[in-house]
Design a protein around this ligand. Sequence first.
Ligand SMILES: [Zn+2]
Length: 476
Amino acid sequence: MENRPDLVISNAVVVNADGRRHAHVVIHGGKISEVVEAIHPAPDAVARVDAGGRLLLPGGVDGHCHVAQVTGRFRTLDDYAVTSMAALWGGTTTILDFGIPRDSMETPLEAARNKIALAQQSRCDVGLHGSVVTWDETVPAQLEELAAMGIRSVKMYTTNRGSTLADNDTILRVMKQMVRLDGLTYIHAEHDAIITDCTEAHAAEGDIGIRHLPLTRPELAEEISVKETLAMAEYTGAPVYFVHQSTPGAVDLVTDARLRGLPAYSETCPHYLTLDETVYGERFPEWYACCPPMRSAETVAALKDRMLSGAVHTVSSDHSCYDLSQKLERSDDIRQMPHGLPGVETRMPVTFTELVSPDGHGAERFTEVFAAGPARINAVPGKGVIAPGYDADLVLVDPAEVRTVSGAGLHMGTDFSPFDGKDLRGWPQVVVSAGRIVLDENGFHDPGPVGRFIERRGFTEGTRLPAELETANSQS
Ligand SMILES: [Zn+2]
């Protein structure tokens, strides 16, 4: 390796979740080797990017991303090559996918191994969550093997009867195992009996098309399921992470649990912060088929308050890449439709526009929910912070630049965006992934399938990561 650094990004406003400073960031061997205060000259390097005072943020960590997902007879339309390139276009340099058994014949271990094989094509770094649908006596050994592979979290669904629903016995037993393995339990919380009854009642009246989606999945169903799951987490001592929380009530339950000392976490998604249920009355209601559905404008505003106050810990995309023709196939019956929105590429601009002002105010909070928080809570080593010893995953952004979303102009494997037509800020201008410039003013530079599979650490180890890395660096 040449002695000169590979790359220096000079004259940047370097933003971490805990503050900002004017500095040059020096990159060597795919890692950040030095952060030099801007009062000093920028060190010489093989390549140089002049940030010109723009914001330099840690590369995004998207903790909730579905790649090549099969649900019933529908399969999402992007593979790892496409998803990871769209992620990089959108300033996300690490994605966490799920190994969800596609039916009762596939085990959690097989589902994870299949995803690891597909991830060989990834352009960015990849981690994985496991998933359990049905408990049997082989599950503890499978969870142990997953943990040994660096898969330290398991997702379960309290709804989706007949496909991914895990009953309370399963959830409780898996939580106990995850405590033993120092892992994290991910929960999709919606009360299945309420959802099922409410959906069937509307179907009986003929109100079962996409325009009726929000009527069939009440806020109450989400909140009561969060409450029930928190009770199981408290009983077992399991750290628990709620995916895509869509109501202030659901977030408040997590806040109350944390005040009692429980390691509970709240995730939301860009769409729940910005879109309300009036989208189901618009021209393409199919664009917004997801569970939970968009809520009332009042709920969206209250959720955003929780986000600004720090009660929400992460913003993930819940990326699920179907196209409009798949959505339209059965838009007359939401029970038959593929649910989920494409979003890995737009997570940054949508969230940035909500949290950061054109002069850059609020960028620290954005960094926390976009990169630092997801890396720490998911125990992803070397990510989410701009400091010596961390991976050189970086995003340069001009907080005032506005672009209008065009679904067709994005790079995900679909033909629409739920944010089509919106004017957004926070578009990456330069993206560096593992020390390589993958996006700059000359366009996208495909690095090839260089993404690494990340072995995540234990949950309690994850919270100690920053100190550990700094120690490792000062010794080198
Ligand atoms: Zn999901």
